[in-house]
Ligand binder design. Structure first.
Ligand SMILES: CC(=O)[C@@H](O)[C@H](O)COP(=O)(O)O
Ligand SMILES: NCC(=O)COP(=O)(O)O
Length: 247
């Protein structure tokens, strides 16, 4: 069984477009939980175009002890205005998991993972701090990453494979090569002692093939497609469909 963590960023985008409180992030989270998801994901950014620090706090208060709470983001992005930085938010709310992602300001969305050879020493103190507050630490990596020894050495417990290239290849009808890269990366990470998560552009069409190719897949975080599909089928039905694919 792979845990479904629903990314609620796109609910925030809709809400932010009008400046009021609707649609409500916490009500969406509750609906996803009632429909059987095992976790909620958010990806706060310094420009606050998605979930905002107060959303992160409100979700922490409502999720505590119920389902997993996964906060993703760039730990090196400095505080800006009321955005206190990823580590400061994590210190405040102590989520189940923090997924570190090297997305820079102005990117439309995340589009690559860490280079573990280049980035590992910068990550070391952050990983230590997150472990000390009791959060699991996952690193966003590209499919094709082969050596996880440095990540294991600094205490990282999971990786999240960036599945954007797989999803695009799947849509184009030629996913074989990208899927093989994901499978190889997952196998190497598991052999090194890491659990494997995955995410980005996963949807109801491409998820089953992906799951079948990655034995032991621990968690997927899915937002953009899931919220889009929910426009047609409703959030409850859509979450249930994903849970069914992941059984
Ligand atoms: C790391 C990752 O792939 C997700 O966090 C993704 O970036 C979230 O989606 P949004 O870009 O829609 O916030
Ligand atoms: N970590 C990936 C995630 O949270 C959701 O990505 P997407 O489904 O919005 O592409």
């Amino acid at each position: 069984m792979t845990l479904l963590s629903v990314n609620l960023n796109k609910i925030a985008v809709l809400r932010n477009s009008r400046g009021d409180d609707e649609p409500s992030i916490t009500q969406a989270a509750q609906t996803c939980i009632d429909a059987g998801c095992g976790g909620i994901t958010v990806h706060p950014r310094p420009d606050q175009r998605h979930v905002r620090p107060d959303d992160v706090r409100a979700l922490a208060a409502m999720l505590r002890g119920r389902v997993e709470y996964n906060i993703e983001g760039n730990p090196f992005a400095p505080p800006r205005g009321s955005y206190p930085g990823l580590l400061a938010l994590a210190r405040e709310v102590r989520p189940t998991q923090v997924t570190l992602v090297p997305d820079s300001d102005g990117q439309i969305t995340s589009d690559h993972g860490f280079d573990l050879t280049r980035d590992i020493e910068r990550l070391r103190p952050l990983v230590e701090e997150l472990l000390a507050i009791g959060s699991r630490v996952s690193l966003f990596v590209d499919a094709g990453t082969r050596d996880f020894s440095a990540a294991v050495a600094i205490g990282v417990q999971r990786i999240e494979i960036y599945t954007g290239p797989y999803a695009h290849a799947f849509a184009a009808g030629n996913a074989h090569e990208q899927l093989a890269l994901c499978t190889d990366t997952a196998k190497r990470a598991q052999q090194a002692g890491l659990a494997v998560n995955a995410g980005h552009d996963l949807n109801q069409a491409n998820l089953g093939t992906f799951k079948a190719a990655i034995p032991g897949l621990a968690e997927v975080s899915i937002g953009h497609a899931l919220i889009g599909e929910a426009l047609y089928e409703g959030l409850t039905t859509t979450v249930r469909n994903y849970v069914q694919i992941l059984r």
